[in-house]
Design a binder for this molecule. Structure first.
Ligand code: SAM
Ligand code: DTB
Ligand code: SF4
Length: 316
């Protein structure tokens, strides 16, 4: 996949382009690179919920905040397989397993490897997000059949310390490098609505686009404002600004799956439709994200039918 050298200033200028010009440019790039125009359906499951030692200011699963999320143990294989089968039957093509870990232990990796192999056996693409990985852990997951690893940069390098201080941006980049070296495809994106400036958004997008190669999947989350987290009473985002971020992600990373991720309940159908025009071609599909809500599958089926969207899996 080709990688462009984008400066933060260039990306900032794109974010501030007249809206109709920006959307036209993004849709043009999108049509060139994705002639089928299909939308990927990815379903999430929290396989290990809550009790995380990190202090990411947006996250309901940190043990440092009172959010009402209880710490649970890793789910058993049959529970995960049941959820994966439901996702597959509903039309998902990718199944992403999330764990509230800072960095898994080797015995966690062995257990997750069993889960990955079982889910892969159902004919689904597999993705996992487990926190920071060592190189040998990434290799073990790849050998178990892991197709994608999700590890978000979340925001720009300069704004990152305002959001989390229990790890560094470089820690995130190191894990992404280990994942890439192990031959796992990279899923990496960020969150909009954490009080960041347009320059910070440009910094995040430039960082993602300049990864070499850039990620195969780019989840763009709109902050889910969870009471009890430091960012729980952040100002809501302007939806047009969110669409701009999707459009610029499409222009910078033409071959990536740009995923409309957390926060879809608040965006509403019309803004989501604009995001598809701007080049989003993946959504999280299923009633729940990790611990917070998502539009239910019936609502998404209606949206898919209303817009006549083609999807990677078969939705009936
Ligand atoms: N613990 C692992 C990690 O941090 O990489 C994996 C799970 S963590 C919940 C995965 C991602 O979910 C975070 O990097 C962040 O981008 C996203 N996320 C968490 N809470 C969110 C929220 N309230 N709103 C939007 N995105 C959120
Ligand atoms: C991503 O970028 N967003 C997902 C997934 N990758 C793991 C997680 C969103 C979490 C939203 C809040 C919650 O339910 O915990
Ligand atoms: Fe832990 Fe991940 Fe939540 Fe941060 S985002 S607190 S690392 S689960």
């Amino acid at each position: 996949m080709p990688t462009g050298e984008w400066t933060v200033e260039q990306v900032h200028a794109l974010l501030e382009k007249p809206f109709l010009d920006l959307i036209h440019d993004a849709q043009t790039v999108h049509r060139q690179h994705w002639p089928d125009g299909d939308i990927e359906l990815a379903t999430l499951l929290s396989i290990k919920t809550g009790g995380c030692p990190e202090n990411c200011g947006y996250c309901p699963q940190s043990a440092q905040f009172e959010t009402g999320v209880k710490a649970e143990k890793l789910l058993a294989v049959d529970e995960v397989l049941r959820a994966a089968q439901v996702a597959k039957d509903a039309g998902a093509s990718r199944f992403c397993m999330g764990a509230a870990w800072r960095s898994p232990k080797d015995r966690d990796i062995a257990q997750v490897s069993t889960l990955v192999a079982a889910v892969k056996g159902l004919g689904l693409e597999t993705c996992a997000t487990l926190g920071m990985l060592e190189p040998h852990q990434a290799v073990e997951l790849q050998q178990a059949g892991l197709d994608y690893y999700n590890h978000n940069l979340d925001t720009s390098p300069d704004y990152y310390p305002a959001i989390v201080d229990t790890r560094t941006y470089q820690d995130r980049l190191d894990t992404l490098a280990h994942v890439r070296a192990a031959g796992i495809q990279v899923c990496c994106g960020g969150i909009i609505g954490m009080g960041e400036t347009v320059a910070h958004r440009a910094g995040l997008l430039a960082e993602l686009a300049n990864l070499s190669p850039y990620p195969e999947s780019v989840p763009i989350n709109s902050l889910v404002r969870v009471p009890g987290t430091p960012l729980g009473d952040s100002d809501p985002i302007d939806p047009i600004d969110f669409v701009r971020v999707i459009a610029v992600a499409r222009i910078l990373m033409p071959k990536a799956r740009v995923r409309l991720s957390a926060g879809r309940k608040e965006l509403g159908e019309a803004v989501e439709a604009l995001c598809f025009v701007a080049g989003a071609n993946s959504i999280f599909y299923g009633d729940k994200l990790l611990v917070t809500g998502n539009p239910d599958t019936d609502a998404d089926r209606t949206l898919i039918q209303k817009l006549g969207l083609r999807t990677t899996g078969s939705v009936t």
